[in-house]
Design a protein around this ligand. Structure first.
Ligand SMILES: Cc1cc2nc3c(=O)[nH]c(=O)nc-3n(C[C@H](O)[C@H](O)[C@H](O)COP(=O)(O)OP(=O)(O)OC[C@H]3O[C@@H](n4cnc5c(N)ncnc54)[C@H](O)[C@@H]3O)c2cc1C
Length: 403
């Protein structure tokens, strides 16, 4: 349809924030915690009614490793704090019953400073209960003084002289504006960056149908990682396979319904073996991996493997195979056009063949902490001396370089 309507709305400014964080997934939680620990007034806006994003409501309950697979921890700071928080319930029933899973997902050698051989055998990763973890994240945010605004869609931005002056929200109050000094886009889809006029790019390979769920049968529980094979540059979509961008509302809704069909088919198969099989919990948001990101001042790239980056703000591992690890360049967290907007998590700037490594939970936490500290330090990221940011991150226990 080509029809358009025009509405002249005046929007009440109802709040102020030193740092507004858009999106309360792991990246947004890390950014909000980091900015609040700098003594800033932080407003975290989340469209759902629990924090955690894909890591909780997407039922992606595997916190991938903080270590490089060679026995060395590479991600520290809030990335480690949030992993340890995920262990607070103890071993989950489905881990307790499986020695293989216990080896993979209970990082006991890392908790007691085990030998290098033990640390190579058991990665520093975890699996957890989605809802208990979401509540633990909420408790932590509250303890640190972050104001959480749930049921709130970050819709637009008012920009003046290359800086966001107000972020426009939509929720049960209607449309309201928040006057901000700085903001962090942790929406996973670069929603705020795009609204503010920052340059963005879509993932070239699209998203496949996925819907993780927890099944119960015969008194046992199973995490079902229901997903088609991921499309990415080294493994494009199969001929005839439909992929979607993940940033089109109607496509998203159709794909989600088709993913639900697959879940029901999977459950029906299980019921043939175990008639009492049930859905215990399931993803209630779209399980999309790579959708839209910013085009940063620089980007994370494959060629960075094992390399020293002078502007590194943290380190992360390759979750697919053990390699030399990666440093995260500060320039991947902001673009050229909007000086007071940092970006974290799934939508930071990464080359298409690198994105599958930067999108995972530990990297979301590493980038979230760096983005939150940077946004708290300066309303002009282009002018913020990276050495000042690095000194502050190092003071908080972040490891900036691999060696
Ligand atoms: C099927 C699948 C399997 C995966 N497997 C693993 C795995 O095993 N281990 C691992 O570590 N990672 C895995 N990942 C990746 C990882 O889970 C996510 O990439 C990561 O959790 C993303 O965190 P994030 O904070 O960047 O974004 P998200 O988790 O997407 O969080 C974004 C948040 O912003 C909110 N939001 C979005 N737009 C707005 C808006 N405009 N206003 C307000 N709020 C908004 C959303 O509700 C959400 O809470 C998987 C992902 C998928 C899809």
């Amino acid at each position: 349809m080509n029809e358009q309507i025009t509405q002249n709305l005046s929007i009440p400014v109802t709040q102020t924030a030193d740092v507004l964080v858009a999106g309360g997934g792991i990246a947004g939680v890390a950014a909000a915690l980091a900015a609040a620990r700098s003594g800033k007034k932080v407003l975290l806006c989340e469209r759902e009614y629990l924090p955690g994003g894909l890591a909780t409501l997407g039922m992606v309950v595997i916190y991938l490793p903080l270590d490089d697979g060679n026995g060395k921890q590479v991600s520290f700071g809030i990335a480690e704090e949030l992993l340890r928080l995920s262990l607070k319930d103890g071993k989950l029933p489905w881990i307790e019953k499986s020695p293989a899973l216990a080896t993979n997902f209970w990082p006991e050698p890392w908790l007691r400073d085990g030998t290098k051989e033990e640390r190579i055998r058991t990665r520093f990763q975890s699996t957890y209960n989605a809802y208990s973890y979401a509540l633990a994240l909420e408790q932590l945010l509250r303890k640190e003084g972050v104001e959480i605004l749930y049921g709130t869609w970050v819709a637009d931005a008012a920009v003046k002289d290359g800086a966001i002056t107000h972020v426009i929200l939509e929720n049960i109050d209607g449309r309201t504006a928040v006057a901000v000094s700085a903001a962090v886009d942790a929406t996973g889809d670069a929603v705020l960056a795009r609204a503010a006029g920052e340059e963005t790019a879509l993932f070239s390979c699209g998203n496949v149908r996925s819907c993780w769920y927890l099944a119960g049968a015969k008194g046992d529980q199973f995490l079902v990682e229901l997903s088609e094979s991921i499309a990415r540059p080294d493994r494009p979509a199969a001929p005839g396979q439909t992929v979607i961008s993940g940033v089109d509302a109607r496509e998203n809704s159709r794909f989600l319904q088709e993913s639900h069909d697959r879940l029901l088919a999977d459950l029906a198969r299980r019921r043939k073996i175990a008639p009492d099989a049930q859905i215990l919990t399931m993803a209630t948001i779209p399980d999309h991996r790579m959708t839209r990101r910013i085009v940063g001042v620089s980007q994370s790239e494959r060629s960075h493997e094992g390399a020293f980056l002078p502007d590194s703000v943290g380190c992360f591992a390759n979750w697919i195979r053990a390699d030399g690890g990666y440093e995260l360049p500060f320039g991947a967290l902001f673009g050229n056009r909007v000086k007071n907007l940092a970006v974290a998590g799934r939508c930071l700037s990464a080359a298409d063949d690198m994105w599958d490594l930067t999108r995972v939970i530990p990297v979301c936490a590493v980038s979230g902490e760096a983005a939150g500290v940077a946004a708290a330090m300066s309303p002009d990221l282009h002018a913020l001396p990276v050495s000042d940011l690095q000194a502050e991150l190092a003071r908080r226990g972040v490891k900036l370089h691999l060696n």
